[in-house]
Design a protein around this ligand. Structure first.
Ligand code: CA
Length: 224
């Protein structure tokens, strides 16, 4: 998933970034509020992790603007202070969840996972498609009961396809969710990952190539 982190504290921002990238997400980091506000006007994300106290523009203003534009991207607010007012304000302005600093990273991970699931419109973390079982919480997939060996990027790619069954995804759509801004990702790399994934997932999910358009994944025997 593609995630925006808005945090001015260098140590915390760095720790969050490393954590999310290790989970296989594409992460952008903005350190000041004004820049974050601008990026959110043209770039879409599956999740925004938003600090309140930021240089140039505070988190509440950013969130208020986002919601006023009709943008429903899930937002996890980081409240530095333990005041109840901050948490109430965050929810009132339109945050989906909040976490008070300092926080335990295991809790951070769990909350991000829950919001990303919501972002994909999926009620549970497990998707079964024919013989393929995809488990987001365990970050694993099995085919006919046999665990699939999926390196980080292939796992993410499968997650993207499962979240967009029946939709045409251009290589750019895929690249924006699979790689960071600063990654060098050619379309050859996408073809390579798709090829590898196809060989592993067999017939449960078919990834069709649409010439000049991209890819579309179709499931056979879906039961949610
Ligand atoms: Ca701050």
């Amino acid at each position: 998933m593609r995630i925006l982190v808005v945090e001015d504290d260098a140590d915390l921002g760095d720790a969050i970034l490393r954590r999310l990238r290790r989970e296989g997400h594409g992460v952008d980091w903005q350190r000041d509020g004004q820049s974050a506000d601008e990026v959110l006007r043209y770039q879409s994300y599956e999740l925004v992790v938003l600090d309140i106290g930021l240089p140039r523009k505070d988190g509440f203003s950013i969130l208020r603007g986002l919601r006023q534009r009709g943008d429903r991207t899930p937002v996890l607010m980081l409240t530095a202070r333990s005041q109840i007012e901050d948490r109430v304000d965050a929810l009132d302005v339109g945050a989906d969840d909040y976490l008070s600093k300092p926080f335990d990273f295991r809790e951070f991970d769990a909350r991000c996972r829950a919001l990303l699931r919501r972002s994909q419109g999926l009620a549970s973390g497990v998707t079964t498609l024919g013989g393929l079982v995809f488990d987001r919480a365990a970050k694993s997939a099995t085919l006919e009961g046999v665990p699939l060996e999926l390196p980080r990027r292939e796992y993410r790619l499968l997650e993207i396809f499962i979240g967009n069954l029946g939709k045409t995804l251009s290589k750019d759509d895929i690249a924006s969710q699979l790689f960071d801004f600063d990654d060098e990702a050619g379309s050859n790399a996408i073809e390579l990952y798709v090829g590898r994934l196809r060989r592993k997932i067999g017939g449960a999910v078919t990834i069709r190539t649409l010439r000049c358009l991209g890819y579309v994944a179709e499931a056979h025997g879906s039961n949610g």
